[in-house]
Design a protein around this ligand. Structure first.
Ligand SMILES: [Zn+2]
Length: 325
C-alpha cells in the first residue's frame, strides 16, 4: 500500500523582486522587529533589502522541506488589492507574489505545489484561473480582509463556478490578521465564504476564523457551526500556537474532522503555551524545543497535541491534480 504524501498546504514565499521574481514586499516600520525574529527563526541571515533575498529564501525553504517529514508544500502567491470596479491598487497591498513565480518554482522543485492568487474583481479573472489551472495550480489563495475580496458578491458567482469546474479549492484567510494591512475588517468572518461554499467550491478557512490578538473578534464558533452545514468546508491550523489560539486548539483537538495542516511558514510555532496547559508532556516539550527545522517542529508539535495523521494527508483529496509522493 502506498501512503499518501504529507502536505503542508499553507506556506508563504516572500521576496523583494531584485532578481526578477516580480515579488514585492513593503513592511511597516513597527513590523521590522517581528520580521527579524522570523528571519532568525527560519535561519535566514539577511534583510529585506538584500539583492539575493528571493533566492536565499527559496534555498532555505527547500532545505527545510527536504529534511522534514513533509513530502510537499503548497507555496502561495499573493495578488494585489482590487476595488469592485476592477481597478488595481498595489500601494494598498503590503505583499505581492505573482502567480508566474510560484508556478515556476513548482516546475523547478518537486517539493512545491503552486497555490495561485487571483482577485475575482480582475477583468481577466476567469482567464487567469484557466491559465493557472492548465499550468498545474493546486489551489487558489485569497485574503479577503487584506485584498478586499467580498466573496459573497453575486458578481463573483461565475468565478466560484469556474473554480468548481477546474477542481480548484479555495484557501481563504479568516479571523484576525497582523502580518499584512487589513483593508476590509468586515471580511474576516467565515460567513463571508458562504457563496463559494454554496457554489460547491472546497473551501479551507485558514486559521478556522481564530482571532490574532486578544481584543480581536473570534469566528471559531461560526466555523464550527458552518463545518456541520457544509461538508465542503475545511479549516487549517496554520500558525495556531499562541496564547490567543488556545481555545481554538482545545476545541479542534476534541473534534478534528475536516481539518488540514498548514504551517503559515515563515510564522514560527510557539510551544510554551500548550506546555502551560499541560497538553504536552515534559519530555515531549524538551524534545520539541530542540528541533531547529521549523517544518519538523510544526509536524511534531501537531502530533504531540494529538491531532490525527490524516491532518497531513486529507488535502490530497481536494487539491487539483494527482499528487505523487
Ligand atoms: Zn498565511
Amino acid at each position: 500500500m502506498t501512503s499518501l504524501p504529507k502536505i503542508d498546504m499553507h506556506v508563504h514565499v516572500l521576496g523583494n523582486g531584485k532578481t526578477g521574481s516580480g515579488c514585492r514586499a513593503t513592511v511597516p516600520m513597527w513590523q521590522v522587529p517581528f520580521g527579524k525574529i522570523m528571519a532568525k527563526g527560519i535561519g535566514l541571515n539577511t534583510s529585506l533589502a538584500d539583492p539575493l533575498l528571493d533566492m536565499l529564501y527559496v534555498e532555505k525553504l527547500i532545505h527545510w522541506v527536504q529534511s522534514s517529514s513533509f513530502d510537499k508544500v503548497v507555496v502561495l502567491a499573493c495578488d494585489n488589492l482590487y476595488d469592485e470596479a476592477g481597478n488595481c491598487h498595489p500601494e494598498r497591498s503590503g505583499v505581492y507574489v505573482p502567480n508566474e513565480y510560484v508556478l515556476k518554482l513548482a516546475r523547478q522543485h518537486p517539493e512545491f505545489l503552486p497555490g495561485v492568487s487571483i482577485h475575482p474583481a480582475r477583468a481577466d479573472a476567469l482567464l487567469e484561473l484557466e491559465r493557472c489551472a492548465a499550468a498545474g495550480a493546486a489551489l487558489v489563495k485569497l485574503l479577503p480582509c487584506v485584498q478586499a475580496v467580498d466573496c459573497n458578491r453575486a458578481k463573483y458567482k461565475a468565478f466560484w463556478l469556474k473554480m468548481v469546474e477546474l477542481s480548484l479549492p479555495l484557501l481563504a484567510h479568516t479571523g484576525g490578521e497582523i502580518a499584512m494591512p487589513v483593508n476590509r475588517a468586515d471580511l474576516e468572518s467565515v460567513d463571508t465564504l458562504s457563496l463559494p461554499l454554496k457554489c460547491g467550491v472546497n473551501v479551507i478557512a485558514a486559521h478556522c476564523g481564530t482571532r490574532a490578538l486578544p481584543w480581536g473578534r473570534d469566528y471559531l464558533d461560526q466555523f464550527l457551526v458552518m463545518r456541520n452545514v457544509f461538508p465542503n468546508l475545511y479549516g487549517d491550523i496554520a500558525a495556531l500556537s499562541q496564547v490567543t489560539h488556545l481555545r481554538t486548539l482545545e476545541k479542534l483537538r476534541e473534534s478534528p474532522q475536516q481539518l488540514l495542516y498548514g504551517s503559515d511558514y515563515p510564522v514560527l510555532t510557539a510551544i510554551s503555551w500548550v506546555r502551560l496547559k499541560g497538553w504536552v508532556s515534559k519530555s515531549d516539550y524538551r524534545r520539541l524545543r530542540k528541533i531547529k527545522n521549523p517544518f519538523q517542529k510544526g509536524f511534531e508539535f501537531t502530533k504531540a497535541l494529538g491531532f490525527p495523521e490524516t491532518i497531513f494527508t486529507d488535502v490530497n483529496s481536494i487539491i487539483n491534480g494527482p499528487v505523487a509522493a
